[in-house]
Design a binder for this molecule. Structure first.
Ligand code: VGL
Ligand code: ZN
Length: 258
């Protein structure tokens, strides 16, 4: 029982004791680390970040994530993987298989990687950024980096399997037509705090953090555990996530957030 002082306030020392020894035990945060798309293709394969505008080394996230996992800071860990069929809408190689919408500024002949085009899908326009063919189901490029530590309580999520819609976030596809199992995994494990890491900062990690906030999770973005496509994209994503209430931090601060 906490005594009140003569002003009716809680004594700070007593409150501190009560917080650490019993309130916090009851209202304990339950933490999940989401490791987004730490796959060979984004590190040394067809969509290698080192060849993208920012020239970042995707493999640099591996020791950072491994070190977090070695500190035993998370109740569960979820590894997501981009897992595309050969005829996926995002592949520049497939542009000519599809129908352009009249509003598309780029035509099928001149379309190149990183262009944004508008496809016509069942009579409806569908905006799509083009990427080189990557993370096709079962390929080497779709495998998680071999040095990435496998956590004790690990869950695995595949996304981007529908050939007709891209899926950056580990929660929803880009048009919010379908959900992965991620929100079920998090709610079944009573998760309150979602930590995000992985590749790419300004694409899949960013959208995953955005959707974690939309699901009502306290969302923490571990910036040194992420690498991105372009510096401009990273800066924009960072501002957007801050405005949505995502807590941006570094791996060294994570132990103190427990
Ligand atoms: C990603 C581009 C296309 C990512 C996936 O994981 O960030 N980026 N597909
Ligand atoms: Zn993809």
């Amino acid at each position: 029982i906490i005594d009140l002082n003569q002003d009716g306030l809680v004594n700070l020392e007593e409150f501190r004791y009560a917080w650490f020894y019993w309130i916090r035990q009851i209202l304990r945060p339950v933490r999940a680390l989401i490791v987004v798309d730490v796959q060979n293709d984004f590190i040394s394969g067809s969509l290698s970040l080192s060849k993208c505008a920012a020239g970042q080394d995707g493999s640099a996230v591996v020791p950072v994530v491994n070190s977090l996992l070695n500190q035993d800071l998370f109740d569960i860990v979820v590894y997501s993987s981009d897992w595309h069929p050969e005829d996926h809408i995002s592949f520049v190689e497939n542009v000519k298989m599809r129908t352009m919408h009249p509003t598309s500024k780029t035509d099928a002949e001149s379309a190149k990687v990183l262009d944004t085009v508008v496809f016509e899908f069942k009579g409806v326009p569908r905006v799509q950024t083009l990427w080189p063919k990557h993370c096709t189901q079962g390929s080497w490029g779709a495998q998680l980096h071999p040095d990435l530590k496998v956590a004790e309580k690990a869950f695995y999520i595949n996304k981007g399997m529908n050939p007709d819609v891209d899926s950056y976030s580990s929660f929803w596809d880009n048009d919010k037509l379908s959900k992965t199992e991620l929100s079920t995994i998090l709610s079944e494990n009573r998760v309150t705090d979602v930590y995000v890491s992985g590749l790419a900062y300004d694409v899949c990690v960013g959208f995953t953090a955005h959707h974690a906030v939309e699901h009502g999770f306290r969302t923490i973005f571990i910036e040194d555990a992420a690498r991105g496509v372009s510096l401009d994209g990273i800066a924009k994503m960072r501002e957007d996530l801050l405005a949505r209430g995502v807590y941006m931090t570094d791996s060294s601060e994570v132990p103190a957030l427990t």
